[in-house]
Design a protein around this ligand. Sequence first.
Ligand SMILES: O=C(O)COP(=O)(O)O
Ligand SMILES: [Mg+2]
Length: 221
Amino acid sequence: MIKLVVLDVDGTLTDKSRMISVNAVNAIRNLKTKVALVSGNVLPVLYGLKIYIGFDGYIFAENGGIALINNNIEKFFEKDGPESFLNDISGYTSARGILTNRWRETSMAFTANHDEMDIIDREAARRDLYIVDSGFTLHILNKGQDKGFAVKKMMDIMNIDYNNVLVIGDSQNDESMFSLGTLSACPGNASEKIKEMSNYVSGKCYGDELFDVFRHFDLIH
Ligand SMILES: O=C(O)COP(=O)(O)O
Ligand SMILES: [Mg+2]
């Protein structure tokens, strides 16, 4: 029985321009099962989504780096490494930080020319960091910091097993939770890799898939 539905945000509840789907909001509001949002975005954004969509559940921001759990903010990683890395590579590549870095406490996000990503990836690995792409933003993360970490943390808190969890996501930074062995689904706009990893691929996209996915898993009728 599914006891937790874990939702990615950008590209799963939203379209390419990050406009949230009204159908996604309604689907979440119709769901009786506990919901968690897990995103690369920052905690203030996820907190706003939690309040204005209006659901009881967990929010994990910065790809699992920081969370709001039972009204307490919990930080699981530090931003020192990602921050000094971004400062350094900004000096010799096109890498530039983004606006939401001012609210990041455990990671950094940036843009960079695609042809520089090999150099950036190698330098990140040398510092025990890694880069992941959400399809919207590039993220500099600490080793072990990923959405899979967030899902396992929630499973511990709720004392539930992999078959009690349904994860829904669309891109590379969701792969760590898709490889855990939980139930999984994705919108029609997901990457080919996520589609291959999914138990169910919806024909609908950008948030309009939620009602379809929830019905497929018998979560709403
Ligand atoms: O990259 C971001 O900020 C958001 O990405 P996600 O919600 O798809 O994880
Ligand atoms: Mg996404």
